[in-house]
Design a protein around this ligand. Structure first.
Ligand SMILES: Nc1ncnc2c1ncn2[C@@H]1O[C@H](COP(=O)(O)OP(=O)(O)OP(=O)(O)O)[C@@H](O)[C@H]1O
Ligand SMILES: Nc1nc2c(ncn2[C@@H]2O[C@H](COP(=O)(O)O)[C@@H](O)[C@H]2O)c(=O)[nH]1
Length: 213
């Protein structure tokens, strides 16, 4: 596995559709949303979030259309059948998916599109021509992950156990050589955030430059 270095960042994209997207993956509770929120705050208008669809219930404070498009299983299946999704997966008893519209909405603003998706999503995106930078955010240990998930107070005991089981699978599958361009161990948040910014610096600069011209 490659740590702290990016593969293929300098390779020109076959089809230039603006800045290269970014996939953030890793176990639930590893800190993807925390890092992403910092990035979106510090680089407002440079990054845009791909708003996924999900069938899970909204958490307190989550906004429909901003954090997720909260939909029923029937609604989501209908859109999947109509070919409106780039990828979709079942995670911890709910459906999640990235619609074509979610990515297009960000790319239309010439922003770097960031996808927060699980490892099944990563494998499915690999089959497309999206060509993102793949980053896995991982916890320092499973025990710390469990503590973070418990402290977040978003899960029932049942869903927490499901997420921990999925986390173990995720950490195993993530070892596949070449699956991720970069693995960030999110122990110290500021250090993890610096690593994330460093790897994205080239795309950030390109996007900032394109705004000037
Ligand atoms: N480096 C860190 N040190 C301590 N706590 C952290 C750190 N990073 C994130 N956290 C906390 O851990 C919890 C889980 O983080 P977060 O919700 O960002 O994870 P996630 O990977 O986005 O999870 P999910 O995939 O379920 O959305 C949050 O309560 C967050 O505040
Ligand atoms: N394959 C996809 N996975 C997604 C998508 N949106 C989110 N996720 C992943 O689901 C889990 C759980 O998220 P939570 O918000 O319920 O905690 C997490 O690993 C996300 O990365 C998606 O569109 N496709």
């Amino acid at each position: 596995m490659i740590h702290g270095r990016i593969r293929g960042a300098g390779i020109a994209r076959a089809v230039m559709q603006g800045p290269r997207p970014v996939v953030l993956s890793g176990p639930s509770g590893a800190g993807k949303s925390t890092l992403l929120k910092k990035l979106l705050k510090d680089y407002e208008n440079i990054f845009g979030f791909s708003v996924s669809h999900t069938t899970r219930q909204p958490r307190p404070g989550e906004v429909n259309g901003k954090d997720y498009h909260f939909v029923t299983r029937e609604e989501m299946q209908k859109e999947i059948d109509a070919g409106e999704f780039i990828e979709h997966a079942e995670f911890s008893g709910n459906m999640y998916g990235t619609s074509k519209g979610a990515v297009q909405a960000v790319q239309a603003q010439n922003q770097i599109c960031v996808l927060d998706i699980d490892i099944q999503g990563v494998k499915n995106i690999k089959k497309t021509d999206l060509n993102p930078i793949y980053i896995s955010v991982q916890p320092p240990s499973i025990d710390i992950l469990e503590k973070r998930l418990r402290d977040r107070k978003t899960e029932t005991e049942e869903s927490l156990l499901k997420r921990l089981t999925a986390a173990r699978v995720d950490l195993e599958l993530s070892k596949e050589p070449g699956l991720f361009d970069l693995v960030i161990i999110n122990d110290d948040l500021e250090k993890a955030y610096s690593e994330l910014k460093e790897v994205l610096l080239e795309e950030i600069k390109k996007t900032q430059e394109s705004r000037k011209s």
